[in-house]
Design a protein around this ligand. Structure first.
Ligand code: EPZ
Length: 440
């Protein structure tokens, strides 16, 4: 198993490039099944989740080629002859559940494993299932699998309101509705840039969709979609992560360039909170320049659906607050218990406590390197950020979590001045008992 070893307090400098968006690439990959031909997606990040989902698509009969050097992914979905997504793969990555909408949209039927929970608790899919039923699918649960069928071999279309609004359910329902016989409506739909970019790709494939980026999306089903070439959007969460890194680990006043991102995708809540910290930031079309201030202001945040503060940046923000001069809070309204990183940050000396869905951080105290454990994708990157500003060495273990969502992170940070290296380690090795000389 691999870990990252970071020797802290080396100033971040120079440039950090943003890769393609994981959370847009995955639905785009599902959409390729809706076209009988070869779809090409550019700017796909080389991540474990992309590798896992490529295997999920192959199971259904698609031919998937991914070139990690050019970040180009090609899917030939001419023959989809096995409309199933097995537990062994779905349990590795929740987004595999998009196969429900994609296979029903392509084949009129699907057998997809229910995704398991995740590090921070249950992640239900009740909205996905109820929505598909509202659009005309018959759904049965059989030995942990969702079995969907359509009486006429095709969804009829329908109307469904999401409570709460859900990124994944919006995506799954779009995947099914675009080839339904009739019209469909999704109310309280997600407005995240990932969903909008995905919907725009479906329209390029020939889908008829109105209302992307609003709370009500209307779809008129078409008989088939065309295979296309499409460029994936940049990863907004990686962009936000790098902005926080620059604000806490850059030399005060020394500008750090974060390139190839799209700052419009951050949402106003994050931008406003980031400005309040006192970090100097300049937004240009493809470059965000950040210079750390002499002192960071403690800015409390509450996560929300887009354009609210992204839940995927709350762990990283906690580390920023650990460096700020005062006390502030992080409240997550999207998930109940996405705080598994907190005990690990406490091992580094961060003064933080959790009550309900709010973490309170008393910033400015000493942060000292230690061994810490990754528990999920965004928690693990928060531990890397903490290691960058800690005194001494920090060992971030189980970084397979990190490899799911950050392309070449160790290389990118190395090239920006961070003393960071990847090492293998034996997760189950036990320290040798010390031979105490002369002890009776
Ligand atoms: C997507 O997950 C992202 N994943 C998550 O990013 C992100 O945290 C989340 O959206 C919120 O922005 C991908 O895009 C692959 P939701 P998703 O459905 O779709 C509840 C990362 O780090 N809900 O919008 O699963 C749910 O429990 C990942 O990249 C139901 O109750 O999130 C949650 O409280 C982590 N029933 C809320 O809705 C359902 O059927 C929002 O979840 C579905 C969701």
């Amino acid at each position: 198993m691999d870990k990252l070893v970071i020797h802290g307090q080396q100033p971040l400098q120079g440039t950090l490039p943003v890769s393609g968006s994981k959370n847009t690439a995955l639905p785009l990959m599902a959409a390729t099944l809706l076209a009988k031909g070869t779809t090409t997606i550019e700017n796909v990040p080389s991540l474990r989740d992309v590798h896992t989902f490529s295997n999920v698509l192959r199971i259904s009969g698609a031919d998937v080629q991914f070139d990690a050097d050019t970040n180009r992914l090609q899917v030939d979905a001419s023959r989809i002859n096995y409309p199933e997504a097995p537990y062994e793969l779905v349990k590795k990555m929740r987004a595999s559940f998009y196969m429900l909408g994609a296979l029903v949209g392509r084949c009129g039927r699907a057998r997809v494993s229910m995704p398991g929970g995740c590090a921070w608790g249950p992640r239900p899919v009740d909205l996905h299932i109820q929505g598909m039923k509202a659009f005309g699918a018959n759904i049965e649960l059989d030995e942990g699998y969702v079995v969907a069928t359509t009486p006429s071999g095709r969804l009829e279309g329908g109307s469904f309101r999401l409570e709460p609004s859900s990124v994944g359910a919006t995506i799954n329902l779009l995947l099914g509705a675009v080839t339904a016989r009739g019209g469909s409506r999704i109310e309280n739909a997600a407005m995240e840039p990932d969903v909008v970019a995905f919907g725009e790709a479906l329209k390029t494939m020939g889908a008829q969709i109105d209302g992307l980026g609003t709370r009500t999306i209307e779809i008129q089903g078409v008989d088939a979609l065309d295979a296309i070439s499409f460029r994936n959007t940049p990863d907004r969460i990686e962009l936000g992560t790098f902005m926080i890194a620059a604000a806490i680990a850059g030399k005060p006043g020394d500008p750090i360039r974060i390139t190839e991102g799209d700052h419009e995708h951050l949402g106003h809540a994050f931008k406003e909170a980031f400005a309040e910290t006192g970090a100097h930031v300049e937004y240009e079309p493809d470059v965000v320049t950040v210079a750390a201030p002499d002192t960071l202001n403690p800015v409390s945040i509450t996560t929300g659906v887009y354009p609210g503060f992204p839940t995927d940046l709350q762990a990283q923000w906690t580390v920023l607050l650990a460096c700020a001069d005062g006390t502030a809070t992080v409240t997550d309204t999207i998930y109940d218990d996405r705080f598994k990183h907190i005990p690990e940050l406490q091992r580094l000396g961060v003064e933080v406590s959790v009550k309900g869905n709010t973490a309170t951080v008393h910033g400015g105290g000493p942060i000292k390197g230690a061994k810490v454990m990754s528990t999920d994708l965004r928690a693990s990157v928060s531990l890397v950020l903490a290691g960058m500003i800690a005194e001494g060495d920090t060992h971030v273990l189980r970084i397979y979590h990190l490899d799911r969502g950050y392309e070449d992170l160790q290389q990118k940070l190395s090239e920006a001045g961070v003393a960071i290296r990847r090492e293998e380690y034996d997760e189950f090795a036990e320290p040798e008992p010390q031979q105490t000389v002369g002890a009776e």
